[in-house]
Design a binder for this molecule. Structure first.
Ligand code: FAD
Length: 408
């Protein structure tokens, strides 16, 4: 095995979360490999496509600590107010960031921009071997480490080993499978249809979350003055919504959303994402750990998936940066313990929202009206939601507090 590279960490998947972990570990002295099957600018990339992502305040702070926020700031649209409503019902709630002493609840950033900023940082980082486009094969796990082959195109597989294998390879994680970790998968029976739109009213930094009979519909502000629409519809209705011409789609959107954002005038290309809740049964295995969508892939209703995954990455970086052996069981157990409450809380919150507002049983809509009205009137309930933008529960990663991953 003389010439086989032995890394401290092999990160499989360089999407939003895996690339963030690599950026967080750059300069720590750990030897890293990042194995990613698609270049970040590839058409149809799983992470860095035409979508936008709402980043909460903890995420902004982490990206600031990584020195990446500066590149994103000009493309980031602040969300200073959120309007939540239930279509056809009288209940609604309004939240203003200023009421909670926040400059904004979050910032909407194009995924492609995030990919360019993260990968720009990763190229030419000392101690980081980038294998892209490449995948791993023949993964073998022992108590001392993992060995595997790196397969790039048609070239011969190259053997390598690592003390820790990180699964950042998304909801269908190969690492999760290889580590023998099962997953609970629940199909929401919904598809998110995403499009950028223009309207004849300024967005005034306001986001809308509207619960319609077909599914939740979010309208978020963009830095160019436009808006992005994430509309979850029953899977059976998605093909028809995608097949509509621009005028037909705008009419359907207007009907479902109403006039709070003015008249919708233009829509860009629509893209579809089937929605499932995927939860790994364990956060860690022998010499292996799961982060981001590989650990939990959520419904996009509250825009929490990447925010949660970024806190995974920040906390894992902190746990391994000062460890003698980054893949030691006690290091992985500490990571799992520190992340448990945040992961559980955000997953339940997101799933609970989808189920509560999808419930058509008699009487439930009335209770929701009361809930939204009470929510609008009750400062503590609003404060709880505002806190989601900062991280749900459990220890806050050092990067989210503006500190370097490693203690001095
Ligand atoms: C419509 C929609 C809107 C969303 N909006 C928001 C939002 O506003 N805010 C928010 O926080 N979250 C949002 N999310 C969630 C967010 O997109 C995900 O949480 C995020 O993409 C997770 O990133 P990830 O890197 O863990 O996984 P992925 O994005 O799935 O990336 C996985 C990466 O691994 C690579 N890969 C996969 N298999 C292999 C392999 N075998 N070998 C090598 N590489 C591999 C893939 O090419 C990819 O680059 C949204 C999701 C959807 C569907």
């Amino acid at each position: 095995m003389g010439s086989v590279p032995g890394y401290d960490l092999a990160i499989v998947g360089g999407g939003m979360v895996g690339a963030s972990l690599a950026a967080a570990l750059a300069g720590t002295g750990l030897s890293l490999a990042l194995i990613e099957s698609l270049p970040p600018e590839a058409e149809g990339h799983t992470s860095f496509d035409t979508r936008t992502t709402a980043l909460g305040n903890a995420s902004r702070r982490i990206l600031e600590s990584l020195g990446i926020w500066g590149e994103l700031a000009a493309q980031a649209a602040p969300i200073r107010a959120i309007h939540v409503s239930d279509a056809g019902r009288f209940g609604f709630a309004r939240l203003a960031a200023s009421e909670h002493g926040l400059e904004a609840f979050g910032y909407v950033v194009p995924n492609a921009q995030l990919g360019a900023a993260l990968w720009g940082r990763l190229r030419n980082t000392p101690g980081l071997a980038l294998h892209v486009p490449a995948t791993i094969t023949d993964l073998r796990v022992t108590a001392e480490g993992v060995s595997f082959d790196i397969q790039a195109g048609d070239s011969a597989p190259r053997p390598a080993s690592a003390r820790l294998m990180v699964g950042a390879d998304g909801a269908h994680s190969q690492v999760r499978l290889a580590a023998g970790i099962g997953a609970l998968i629940e199909d929401y029976g919904q598809v998110a249809v995403v499009a950028n739109v223009a309207s004849d009213a300024p967005h005034a930094d306001q986001a809308f979350e509207r619960f319609t009979p077909s599914g939740p519909l979010a309208v978020l502000p963009l830095a160019d003055g436009g808006r992005t629409v994430v509309w979850a519809v029953p899977a059976a209705e998605a093909p028809a919504l995608l097949a509509l011409d621009e005028a037909g789609y705008l009419a359907r959107l207007q009907q479902a959303f109403g006039w709070r954002a003015g008249r919708f005038t233009r829509a860009g290309r629509r893209a579809a994402y089937p929605l499932r809740l995927t939860r790994a049964r364990e956060a860690v295995g022998v010499r292996s750990v799961l982060i981001g969508n590989a650990a939990q892939a959520l419904h996009p209703v509250a825009g929490q998936g990447f925010n949660l995954g970024l806190r995974d990455a920040a906390m894992l970086a902190e746990c391994v940066a000062s460890a003698l052996d980054p893949g030691a069981a006690e290091v992985l157990e500490r990571f799992a313990r520190w992340r448990a409450a945040d992961r559980r809380g955000v997953t339940r919150f997101t799933d609970g929202l989808v189920r509560l507002f999808g419930d058509t049983r008699p009487g439930v809509a009335g209770l929701r009206d009361l809930g939204l009205l009470a929510f609008d009137l009750l400062p503590p309930a609003k404060a709880a939601l505002a806190r989601v933008s900062l991280g749900f529960a459990g220890p806050t990663p050092r990067l989210a507090r503006g500190l370097p991953v490693r203690r001095a």
